[in-house]
Design a protein around this ligand. Structure first.
Ligand SMILES: NCCCC(=O)O
Length: 227
């Protein structure tokens, strides 16, 4: 039996064929393909989970990328460029808190890393250009930033990826305080790129998009930990 990996989804207006702007629950298929290629059984979770019961049938959880977290979740007022979807937060925070309690393997990608940090008491920078003075983590609409990330020796991420890695990222927010997690990777500008929970079986968040570059190593590690 393949390990069952739940992937969080979201609602957006989508257009296909003769249908326009239909409210749609979706997830980029790159996440599904990555889990399946890694030997897992991907299950797309509804965007508005009202409890965490589904975790009883999951072996691992993949928190996908997406919009900003509602800043009230980390005690802040929304900044002008923050665009949140509180309904998605509600379901994902329920799931991730329970998953951490159960020590279920969790991989968070981009927003997913930010969810992990905030769910454990952390905070976010709401608009990185205000903090870093550049826009290189989201250079233009639809254009991925390219960076070099360096990883802490002995960390889980270093074991999986080596000392450093060229990454593709697309985000305007970042982890300021990682909560109870540990920052184990950063880009040259000091931004947190990887967080993990060394006291857990497998809890890892990365700010970049391994599904876009088809880097299977993190998905393979999630599936293996879930197996
Ligand atoms: N804040 C949601 C994840 C992507 C971004 O930071 O733009």
């Amino acid at each position: 039996m393949r390990p069952i990996i739940g992937i969080t989804s979201y609602v957006v207006p989508a257009t296909w064929g003769v249908w326009h702007e239909v409210s749609t629950a979706l997830i980029p298929n790159d996440y599904v393909a990555a889990v399946e290629l890694a030997g897992g059984r991907a299950v797309i979770l509804p965007p508005d989970e009202r409890d965490a019961d589904v975790l009883r049938v999951l072996d691992g959880l993949l928190l996908a990328g997406g919009p900003d977290i509602e800043p009230g979740r980390y005690g802040a007022e929304p900044a002008p460029l923050t665009e949140s979807r509180p309904e998605r937060d509600a379901g994902e925070f329920l799931l991730v808190r329970k998953a951490l309690e159960l020590d279920l393997p969790v991989l968070g990608v981009c927003r997913g890393m930010q969810v992990l940090a905030v769910a454990t008491g952390g905070t976010l920078h709401q608009h990185l250009p205000d903090v870093l003075g550049h826009e290189q983590h989201r250079p233009a609409p639809g254009v991925y930033g390219e960076h070099e990330a360096r990883f802490e020796g002995g960390s889980l991420i270093a074991k999986l990826m080596g000392d450093d890695l060229g990454i593709h990222c697309y985000h305007h927010q970042g982890v300021a305080d990682p909560g109870t997690l540990r920052v184990t990777g950063r880009t040259e500008d000091g931004l947190a790129e990887a967080v993990e929970a060394p006291d857990r079986r497998f809890v890892l968040g990365v700010q970049w998009h391994p599904e876009v570059t088809r880097d299977q190593r993190l998905f393979g590690a999630l599936v293996e930990a879930a197996g």
